[in-house]
Design a protein. Structure first.
Length: 107
């Protein structure tokens, strides 16, 4: 596990994470349970970085909950010492966008 992924895991295990309003709407739309978010983040892989995001540096993670792929865009808010989840979705619902392993966007 890379250092950043370990930091994400530690924040989740200590309960220092929260959903943005947008993430909550997307979570409900894709019927993703809170336990699935935690499971996906505890053993996640950062697959994209967004250092110039207008909300601050963020990243896209891929994790799995009982085999279900879950993508989560988040940022670590150092001023609060927490993980803010910006959006959450199930990439298997967009096979035209993602490769079979959900790690890369299709050309």
């Amino acid at each position: 596990m890379a250092p950043r992924e370990g930091g994400i895991r530690d924040l989740v295990l200590s309960g220092r994470w929260e959903l943005s309003r947008h993430a909550e709407r997307e979570r409900q739309a894709d019927k993703i349970f809170l336990w699935e978010i935690e499971a996906a983040l505890i053993d996640c892989e950062v697959i994209e970085d967004y250092p110039d995001d207008q909300r601050g540096p963020s990243f896209l993670t891929l994790g799995f909950a009982r085999g279900r792929p879950i993508h989560i865009v988040g940022t670590i808010r150092n001023d609060f010492g927490e993980l803010l989840l910006i959006t959450i979705y199930d990439p298997s619902k967009s096979p035209q966008v993602w490769t079979e392993d959900y790690r890369k966007r299709k050309e």
